[in-house]
Structure formats: structure tokens, C-alpha cells
Design a protein around this ligand. Sequence first.
Ligand SMILES: [Zn+2]
Length: 200
Amino acid sequence: MAKLYFRYGAMNSGKSTALLQAAFNYEERGQHVLLAKPEIDTKGAGHISSRLGVERPVDFLIGRGDDVRALVAAHGARYIGAVACLLIDEAQFLSPEQVDDLLRLVVEDGIPVLAYGIRTDFRTRAFPGSARLMEVSHSLEELKTICRCGRKALFNARLVGGRFVFDGDQVAIDDLDHDQVTYESLCAQDYLLASGGRLS
Ligand SMILES: [Zn+2]
């Protein structure tokens, strides 16, 4: 039976690498997969790139309000056999309605979906897409990375010009000075230390 999988983690937990490895595993067995990501992610738009240097173009981008099932039907039609799996990077940027589409795609169309994404934003709040994935996925798997101190990283702290900030929009990648915005994956202890005790 097909399932909806949500594999989540802090930034730099190897999500894109894991996604590309999963795609390779399917293709090694002669199966067809579709790769997609939400359009909101402007950095490296149209590609999924692993920090290890592997990069692949996506089959389609998912725009705001797009019907994901219709996109899968359109892009999967070129394959004689069925689409073995849909893999989605940056899944935190999906809308809750698009996540519901994914569950219908899994249950009604029988296509497994592997969604990879970040659980929470820089203010420790769940992204709407991630919250919905937490609610409806058949399977949740955490991908781990470590904080500067060696503990498991839980949060994604935002830095602007090298200094931690705890106010701002959930998505900063479209900011004019986006070159100044970076993130560091921190454990809860170091996050609270940096924020002076703030959690949102
Ligand atoms: Zn730490």
C-alpha cells in the first residue's frame, strides 16, 4: 500500500542528499520517479542540490495554489509504466491544501510520496506545510544533524550579517539583502542562550 512519508529535520540535516539517494534507489531498479519542489524557494530554483555536490533538475515546480495531483498526472503521463514515487524537496513551503492533495494522491491514486522539509522556522514555529504533514503523514522520520556544541540540533536560528535575529518574516529568501541572511542549526539550549530565552 502506498504511503505518505514526511522526513523532516533542521537545516543541513542532509534532506536533499537523502532525497536524491532515494530517487537513485528507485531508478536503479528501472522505476520512474518525479521530483518536485515548491516555487517559493528561489535559491537554485528548478534544481535539487545536495551539499555534497550532487544536483538534479526537478520535473516540475509547485506554484502557490497549484493542484499537485494535476501536475503529477501531466508530468507522469510520458512514462509507459506508472510513476513509482513522487519526491518533494522543501516541503515546508507547500500549503496545507497541497499536503491534503498529496494524501489523496497516495490513497486514491496509489502513488507513494516522500516529502522532505524543515519542521520549524527561525522563531521555532511550524511551517504550515510541515504542520499539515505532521498531522496526516502515514510515516514520520527525523533526519538529524548536530549543533555547534555536539547536541542534536532542534531549531534553525537566523542570522543577518552574522548576528542572530528573532524578528522578521517566516520566509526571508526573497529579501533584497538575502545574501546577508544565513541560518545555523542549534540545539534548544544554544537557541535559548542566543535568544535570551525567547521562543517566538
Ligand atoms: Zn548546542
